[in-house]
Design a protein around this ligand. Sequence first.
Ligand code: NAD
Ligand code: TYD
Length: 354
Amino acid sequence: MSQYTKRILITGGAGFIGSHVVRLFVKKYPQYLIVNLDALTYAGNLENLKDVDQSPNYLFELGDIKDEVKVDEIFAKHSIDHVIHLAAESHVDRSIMDPLAFVKTNVLGTTVLLNACKKNWRNNFDGKLFYQVSTDEVYGTLGETGFFTEETPYDPRSPYSASKAAADHFVMAYHHTYHLPVIISNCSNNYGSFHFPEKLIPLMINNIRNSKPLPVYGKGDNVRDWLWVEDHARAIDTIFHKGKTGEKYNIGGFNEWKNIDLVKFLCKLMDKKLGRPLGQSEKLITYVTDRPGHDQRYAIDASKLNRELGWKPSLQFEEGLEKTVDWYLANEEWVKHVTSGEYQKYYSDQYAKR
Ligand code: NAD
Ligand code: TYD
């Protein structure tokens, strides 16, 4: 008899959101075995897990979710009975540069995992679950009003969101065709510690600190809904334990911001933290060529999750941003480490031409 009541494979656990999910599960559930499968791409970093990697209920497996042999081996070796799938190529701008990488990891990789569940669980799905962590971007874009609900039809418009939408469709196809127990959650933009500085908030924090230009795409009037990453991890915990199989749940912060307002807020906050005269960092704002096909507005209606499972965000955005800025200022070494090497080339390819 296993000493563990669940044996969970978490994919992408060395990334931004995945590391917070691994940390929460390892600490909160010593009775579960947590196996983290990650390929350690530019976005994956084992430093993100330093505080839990010696825990007896945690194991790391280096590997690619596209590698069928490796995935099968992990299922067998650890008698995996649950999957929380976060591994992905996750950055829209990179998907515009290299869409095929997104098809390979997000579509093929997800289907390899689904197939591994079907094969290794031998069509006996009692006590099993495949949990797909997805994004609100699969719903497309909104005008000035309205919200994405769980019934909103998928209408992805970037190679990233198209690859996540395709993956979600495969997840539901395995549910309908083979009765694989699945759950999908679609979350809005996350922010917080360990966020790779290619995404808006950590990129701006890093550039403000280094007095570098702050590249705002287009007019800066695109709107995103922001959620603190630890609240996303809490939502995943809630849905994993209480969600109904075959269902989808939207997760969001009820917290919409125009990009330019958010960047100006960060400038003011960091002027204060860095002891700079108020208004100094705002001078770094530089409007650059817009992202092709830039989705105008995302806004998520997370009321089903609140109504049915009782989850709601714990932090106000202003408080979460301050915590995040403090974390980045206190963790300069982490930032230096992840922005050396590959990041430098990405940054000049991405921003030099704008
Ligand atoms: P991230 O880019 O920070 O991390 C992705 C992780 O997956 C990295 O550790 C990377 O090494 C790993 N990985 C990539 N390709 C792999 C492969 N082929 N095999 C194994 N591991 C691989 O991403 P994130 O922001 O933490 O997002 C995690 C998940 O959450 C993704 O599925 C993403 O679509 C979804 N999501 C993200 C957000 C957001 O705001 N960041 C919002 C909603 C949903
Ligand atoms: P991002 O963090 O890439 O998330 P997503 O595109 O998945 O929502 O971008 C958030 C918003 O910020 C988006 O509207 C694009 C914009 N943006 C900039 O204006 N400048 C930047 O340098 C980046 C990375 C993003």
